[in-house]
Write a protein that binds this ligand. Structure first.
Ligand code: NAP
Length: 288
């Protein structure tokens, strides 16, 4: 069994991006600039935005975080996004989700200029991605594709099961793996909460992407020998440590890891690669 080390891979890609930034500056270009909007005080969201800010600094990007109270109105937020859309100094914009219940997330997503939509959530980018056209691909699926590529994992002709059909992970992931591409060319099955017998599907899978958000859902008896396992899940579970929680994936690692050929750990697997996707998309949004 080989660990798909997302942390080490991400560190390597950060060095590549930092070198690219040096080259841009040397040629008189400007630093790519990512703006993030954070609404409210959610602990996990603050941590994610903090990681993104740190990653920007590591590769030499400029980053700006706009923090707003969870009492702001939807129209206020829409106006802020419009101002960033019009600001030529900012190349990429992300709005950290989830937003407070009184704000319509879809309206917010659709307000972001597709050319600055480095999360790849705007319908224009989703549509272009589905058609296999140049687009900003949403961060987590892009990160997983890059991990498969960098570990030279053969996907062509393989049976792949994606558990979860969210717009940001499951659905784009299934689409990318089914495309005529490398990685890609998989025969993909999507499972969700209404799937009758998930085990029946996963036992036939060469590649399993677990993205449902239920800690340790995928157990050893659900996986065939030699499968490739990508664990997207991150759930904070109470723990008796300094932070008061630990991060748990959707895969029961101690049962599944002895059976599989490759597996991503949690933490240190998909998470760091997701941040790299944002950096990569910001570089692209800046024109490089
Ligand atoms: P989500 O929007 O809540 O979607 C969860 C999906 O799982 C839904 O499609 C749901 O089915 C399905 N599901 C729920 N219970 C199920 C069950 N018992 N059996 C089969 N399918 C079930 O979640 P998400 O945003 O895609 O995120 C999924 C997980 O990945 C979460 O733990 C999240 O924190 C994590 N995540 C990690 C990263 C990273 O960077 N590592 C990035 C994004 C998300 P229905 O559609 O039928 O409801």
């Amino acid at each position: 069994m080989i660990i798909l080390d997302g942390k080490a891979t991400a560190d390597k890609i950060k060095i590549e991006i930092a070198a690219k930034v040096d080259e841009i500056l040397l040629k008189g270009g400007k630093r790519p600039h990512l703006a993030a909007i954070l609404v409210g005080e959610d602990g996990a969201s603050q941590t994610y935005v903090g990681h993104k800010e740190k990653a920007c600094a590591q590769v030499g990007f400029t980053s700006t975080i706009l923090r707003f109270s969870d009492t702001i109105t939807e129209d206020f937020l829409i106006n802020e996004i419009a101002a960033i859309n019009a600001n030529p100094d900012i190349d990429g914009l992300i709005v950290q989700l989830p937003l407070p219940k009184h704000i319509n997330e879809q309206r917010v997503i659709e307000t972001i200029d597709p050319k600055k939509d480095v999360d790849g959530f705007h319908p224009e980018n989703v549509g272009r991605m589905v058609l296999g056209l140049p687009s900003f691909v949403s961060a987590t699926p892009w990160g997983i594709m890059e991990l498969l590529k960098r570990y030279s994992i053969e996907t062509s002709g393989k049976n792949c099961v994606v558990i979860g059909r969210s717009n940001i992970v499951g659905r784009p992931m299934a689409n990318l793996l089914s495309q005529k591409s490398k990685p890609g060319d998989c025969t993909v099955t999507i499972c969700h909460s209404r799937t009758k017998d998930i085990k029946e599907h996963t036992l036939n899978a060469d590649i399993i992407i677990a993205a449902l958000g239920i800690p340790e859902f995928l157990t050893g008896d659900m996986v065939k020998d030699g499968a490739v396992i990508i664990d997207v899940g991150i759930t904070r579970v109470k723990a008796d440590n300094k932070s008061g929680f630990r991060l748990v994936g959707d895969v029961l690692f101690r049962e599944v890891s002895p059976k599989c050929s490759y597996i991503t750990p949690v933490p240190g697997g998909v998470g760091p690669m997701t941040i790299i996707s944002l950096l990569n998309n910001t570089l692209k949004a800046a024109g490089y």
